[in-house]
Design a protein around this ligand. Structure first.
Ligand SMILES: *Cc1c(COP(=O)(O)O)cnc(C)c1O
Length: 232
């Protein structure tokens, strides 16, 4: 495919995604402005990312600190927010706090502690989400629902973290509809954490290319979309 053709394709893809977001929002009775579309750019080139930004993307998601660092070096002058969506090792926290606006994938108190410590060293208060394992897949990272309640209380006392909400990766399902219970569970968990801990978690990061409409219907206000943005 010629490069101008893939660039036009990205723009078209984003337009289609916005239509799908619009439809899901009217089902739920919210406005599309309430939904943050994070374009997942792992494995994508700088040219592809620039094109997405040219087509209106303001939030990009990466799942590896190393890859994000090299892209950030080339793109940091663009007016975009950087999201960390992959498993973060504690020894990468130092680099992560330098570049990410929001870390979605805080999956242990140990890594939360390290992000807090590294943020303190650079005088930053780092926005984070807790990653919650809503399904029982052994391969997944994340807190169980019960652990997340406890972790949220604990992290509320960390001076250089700002806990903004919850994130989940639903299991791969045959139909998008089958992912609905996992999204419902995350929304209920957010409500009960807010009640129990007198917290005001606002962000629900859930839904990907195949199932983001269902996620929006169930309360997502941040969706992470990769292949639907970039693939042909
Ligand atoms: C890759 C990835 C996505 C995007 O997946 P698509 O199916 O390509 O939209 C979303 N969230 C996480 C955590 C990912 O790693």
């Amino acid at each position: 495919m010629s490069s101008t053709r893939f660039l036009a394709m990205i723009e078209e893809n984003i337009a289609r995604i916005k239509e799908r977001i619009g439809a899901a929002c009217s089902t739920r009775g919210v406005t599309p402005e309430e939904i943050t579309l994070v374009a997942v750019t792992k494995g994508r080139s700088l040219a592809e990312i620039r094109e997405a930004v040219g087509a209106g993307i303001r939030d990009i998601g990466e799942n590896r600190v190393q890859e994000a660092l090299s892209k950030y070096g080339a793109l940091h002058s663009l007016c975009i927010r950087w999201h960390m969506i992959g498993h973060l090792q504690a020894n990468k926290a130092k680099d992560a706090v330098r570049i990410f606006d929001l870390i979605h994938s805080v999956d242990s108190l140990r890594v939360a502690y390290e992000i807090d410590r590294q943020s303190a060293l650079i005088g930053k208060r780092q926005d984070i989400l807790l990653e919650v394992k809503t399904s029982l897949e052994k391969t997944k990272f994340g807190f169980s629902a019960q652990e997340a309640v406890h972790a949220a209380q604990e992290i509320a006392g960390f001076t250089h973290l700002k806990l903004k909400g919850l994130m989940t990766v639903a299991p791969i399902t045959v139909t998008p509809e089958e992912a609905r219970p996992y999204f419902q569970e995350l929304r209920k968990l957010k409500d009960s954490i807010n009640q129990a801990g007198h917290l005001q978690l606002g962000i629900l990061s859930m839904g990907m290319s195949s199932d983001f409409e269902i996620a929006i219907e169930e309360g997502a206000n941040m969706i992470r979309v990769g292949s639907a943005v970039f693939a042909g």
